[in-house]
Design a protein around this ligand. Structure first.
Ligand SMILES: NC(=O)c1ccc[n+]([C@@H]2O[C@H](COP(=O)([O-])OP(=O)(O)OC[C@H]3O[C@@H](n4cnc5c(N)ncnc54)[C@H](OP(=O)(O)O)[C@@H]3O)[C@@H](O)[C@H]2O)c1
Length: 299
């Protein structure tokens, strides 16, 4: 039996991870939302570890507002860097395994082939720099029991995502303009949660793992796939270049990650993005329709 403590448990990934762990036989789960544990509060972090005595902490808490981080890097690093260092030190002092979620934004996004786990990091955004600081803190403090799990292009039944936005847009009649010069791997949060559980359960070697779907597609291609799944006309989705949609934080042109590290512990990578999207779709649609019925804004 493993005692799991999940921080950021009300986030998009946190919700799927806690649901999966709750359904596992013999696992003990302590899901803590931001209101229950603010990871930037050192005394609260130490008190939680002392009172709950977890075997594993999965840190799903993060500053995820990529554009806002450009103007507020000091605030973002409190959560993504300094708090993670604190958590890592607290885990190290208590023999606790730590899984830190991270991002494709640690890379520069200019590659032409999938980024290996050991490819040099070169973030081009404030968000990427803060997440890299968190990665480094975990690997330094926990050389024997620290995992960094990088993911990207997440969608889930709960929370904001590109997929959720497109489910809303498909209901309208207007054309939808979507960038066609950024490539990545759309990834279901439930699949990431399964990889995290498999990683810890297999006692895999510590280090960096990439939990993304395989294959690659642009946001435009993904939008068309979603429209097709809904029975909406995919030709309503029109391609545009990133230059037509400038944002404070530059988006990586190439966010495709390699999955070589899963071979050593014998864990299957997530698999092809389209297959995963089709598997996830009934749950995504049900959550979207429930939200629409409750009058929530889509996307
Ligand atoms: N979403 C993506 O496409 C994506 C891509 C690559 C990597 N990732 C990484 O994957 C992980 C999970 O992301 P997600 O999409 O599930 O993010 P999310 O939905 O934004 O969830 C993050 C959670 O962390 C909480 N949080 C923020 N500051 C906190 C603090 N100081 N103490 C405790 N909790 C705090 C947030 O609470 P509030 O809502 O109350 O602020 C929220 O519940 C993150 O590490 C993220 O960097 C995500």
């Amino acid at each position: 039996m493993t005692r799991w403590l999940v921080t950021g448990a009300a986030g998009m990934l946190g919700q799927d991870l806690t649901a999966l762990l709750a359904a596992e036989d013999g696992e003990q789960l302590i899901p803590l939302t931001r209101a229950e544990l603010d990871i930037t509060d050192p005394a609260a972090v130490r008190a939680s570890l002392d009172s709950y005595q977890p075997d594993v902490v999965v840190n799903c808490a993060a500053w995820t507002a990529v554009d806002e981080a450009e103007a507020q890097e000091q605030a973002a690093i409190q959560v993504n860097g300094k708090a993670v260092a604190l958590l890592a030190d607290a885990c190290a002092g208590r023999g606790v395994t730590l899984v830190q979620l991270s991002t494709d934004y640690v890379f520069d996004g200019t590659a032409r082939e999938p980024y290996r786990e050991d490819h040099p990091a070169a973030p081009r955004t404030a968000y990427g720099r803060t997440k890299l600081a968190g990665e480094r803190a975990v690997l330094a403090a926990l050389p024997g029991t620290g995992y960094v799990v990088r993911t990207a292009w997440l969608y889930g039944a709960q929370g904001k995502s590109f997929v959720a936005t497109m489910l809303g847009r498909a209901r309208t009649a207007s054309p939808v303009r979507v960038v066609d010069d950024q490539r990545g791997q759309p990834t279901w949060t439930a699949d990431v949660a399964r990889q995290v559980i498999a990683l810890v359960s297999s006692a895999a070697a510590p280090g960096i793992y990439h939990a993304t779907s395989s294959g690659q597609v642009t946001w435009f291609g993904l939008a068309r796939e979603i429209f097709g799944l809904l029975g909406a006309d995919p030709s309503r989705v029109r391609p545009i270049p990133s230059s037509a949609m400038p944002r404070p934080a530059p988006r990586p042109a190439y966010s495709v990650l390699g999955h070589g590290a899963w071979a050593a512990p014998g864990i299957r990578p997530i698999g092809e993005w389209r297959t995963a999207l089709h598997r996830a779709f009934p749950a995504l649609l049900a959550a979207h329709q429930a939200g629409a019925a409750a009058g929530q804004p889509s996307g």
